[in-house]
Design a binder for this molecule. Sequence first.
Ligand SMILES: [Zn+2]
Length: 502
Amino acid sequence: MHSLLSDSKEIRIYQRPGRVTAKQLEPMDQLLLILPRKVPAPLWRKLPEGQKLKAAMRRRGANAVPAIYSRLGNKKQTLVAGATLANDATAFEQLTLARRLVASATTEKAGSLGIAVMGFDDDVAAAIVRNVVAGALAAAFQLPAFKSDAPSDKIRSIRIVGLAEKLDLERVRAEANGNNLARWLTAMPPNKLDAAGYADLLQTLAKDRGWEYKRYSTKELEKMGAGAFLAVAQGNDDNSASIVRLRYRPGTASAKADLSLVGKGIIFDTGGTNLKPFRAMLDMHGDMQGSAVALGTLLAISEMKLPLGVDAWLAITENRTGPSAYKSQDLIVAANGKTIQTIHTDAEGRMALADTLVFASREEPGLIVDYATLTGSCVNAITTRYCGVFTNRPDWHPRLKRTGQHCGERVWPFPIGKEFLEELKSDVADLQQCSVKGTGDHILAGSFLAEFVEHDVPWLHMDLSASNNKGGLGHVPTEVTGFGVRYTMSLVLDEKILETAD
Ligand SMILES: [Zn+2]
């Protein structure tokens, strides 16, 4: 494996369906117990030491998290962290509870984490268990740490008890691996994961996973006319920038992509000539999270061996200051011939994505999804709990929202289109890069990007306003959320968007 990739061990998952017995609980260091809001009396009798747990819940109250915090009388003195959940709790509520319960149970020691969800209908219980496993796998994954003391594991194995039958957890695992990879790369310090190192790592991953790898160097991109991407890249002090294309083809190798994932991979965003102040620049090594989410999604699809052709197009560069860096009022020609008057060098994401979208759409995939930590105005509009989505298929808006409700990574659609381009009108070019006012910049950015999607390919742009949320989000316990992997999987597998995209 590549030295910049995590060497975390895979968490083993054991499943023991049927009645919960004291013997099943013996190997557990912790047990997460999830019950309905109103616990029926017979349920306590089905639980080992049920009366003791019932009394423990009475002390803390059924709505507390945890509502039970007690130890069993077995040899390991299994710590029981319990909570109740409404029967109609949303996916987001289930995931959030999972994060909080896992955190409360695993502060003291690592170990074998048990999960028991009881008192719900079978399909509801199965959904809750999947979401709790997702929370456990997210918590178990250690983000990059370079401390002298090696970080200790939080969770070594997972044991699921009390379900009617075993669950297929392949998708939960694949989504967790995709999300973990996205978070890992985003959290990596920018001198560790630089533009050249990132491309190199992608080559290793591609080889390992059987994906085709193609790196378009700055020289090649010049020939391809990628002036918008190169405008951003010209501030780099070397030719380390590139657009990397990964191809996953489980069927015919030459087949068109059903799905193209495009990601903004700004390794570090200083703002460029329009330099950011200290606080705004502090976390700008994370400005490549869009590319990491595209990659994580590709990984999840590939691990599930989904019968789809998938491309990932990752636009990798820094946005730096310096004598050769681009500046306001530069005249840029993008790969589709459109001319752009630059306004603000910190609006580099849309420049890097513009050409990348041209290349991705020329292949006429069934759907393009792009991911980018693009605008502060999207955060201003909907906070860091939701991501903004934008599409050239506005009749999808209800489906896009529904997908978010269903999977727990919630999104909100915004309008885009020609109407908004009036605010990007330029005296010297086809388009201004952004408006001087900055009002509704997330909508203007989406409208700008739409100008670079060719052949009217169905396209969804996700502005990753929820890429970083203090204290975590949903089941993810870290500030970096990796938002988008789970959403895209749900869009493909639950909403089946590819079957109706035209
Ligand atoms: Zn920027």
